[in-house]
Design a protein around this ligand. Sequence first.
Ligand code: UT7
Length: 330
Amino acid sequence: MTSPHAPRYSRITGTGSCLPPHKLSNADMVALLAARGIETSDDWIVERTGIRNRHFVADGVNASDLALVACRDALEAAGVKADAVDLIVVATSTPDMVFPSTASILQNKLGIHGCAAFDVQAVCSGFVYALTVADAMIKTGSARCALVVGSEVFSRILNFDDRTTCVLFGDGAGAVVLQESAVPGILATDLHADGRHVGILCVPGTVSGGQVIGSPLLTMDGPAVFRLAVGVLEGAARAVLDKAGRSEADIDWLVPHQANIRIMQSTARKLKLPLEKLVATVDAHGNTSAASVPLALDVAVKQGRIQAGDTVLLEGVGGGFTWGAVLLDY
Ligand code: UT7
């Protein structure tokens, strides 16, 4: 806890994650699509994306359930009891219900009541957006101990007749405990959106008059998203480095949105980072949208790769079109 006069910062004190047990390899996807008369291959998926496996939830398991496991994991790592949490921000595009928020449902499952809880909707940039909001709330004294979560059940919105999208996505959750601190953790944040591109990655349907109006399934112009993503990520990285007065050489770890290994490697190359500094877990879980950054962060922390004091660059990009970055000292 800081004194009222000391500068107030926010710092990640624990990370956690959750992948549902049902794992599907590329071979499983080949078989699943073949049953529908659609061709794909392990070679195509690995070469174009780096994905080898993804995890799908069982019937009845929702984003809040995965979030709950990830949050308990993060709270344990931080040595913090759930009742110390005074803010819950969940990034998700696959909420349990139209409303209330998945954050409210999660709060109840955590057995804590009364603290602020809300969802952030920025698709695959969601975690970077949520972390930025929680950081600002801690810095302005609105919160002291936040759970910041990305949780998704994208298997529920996939079109298994569309091989250009259904092989790419999976389910999962990642969470961090973000606490008030006298020393800086989060150094700088940078968020963007360009609504001219809403159509290139969307679930266009909605609920009206008791019916689903329009398609409730994900549609994506992959090459258009790819081009935009490789174009914007370097700028967001440079913006947070400038704001924090740091340089590329100060980055110990790049933890980008896990959609496509080619996009991640391109960003690392533009920042002149050796590929050993890139945290890539996309092979293990595919694109888990808002969950991918905290999932990858947790894996790297648990593996002992990211250590206390390391400078970490988080980057998100996705539907909206949204993108952003967070630079932090872990
Ligand atoms: O999470 C938010 C951010 N999302 C992303 O960052 C995703 C960005 N986009 C991408 O990662 C890539 O664009 C994809 C992985 C989606 C696609 O890779 P690509 O190299 O851009 O391939 P493409 O869409 O240009 O398709 C190349 C070929 C096409 O065949 P033709 O027209 O060349 O004969 C596709 O029909 O690959 C074909 N193809 C497939 N073949 C086997 C597309 N999907 C598949 C598939 N299996 N699953």
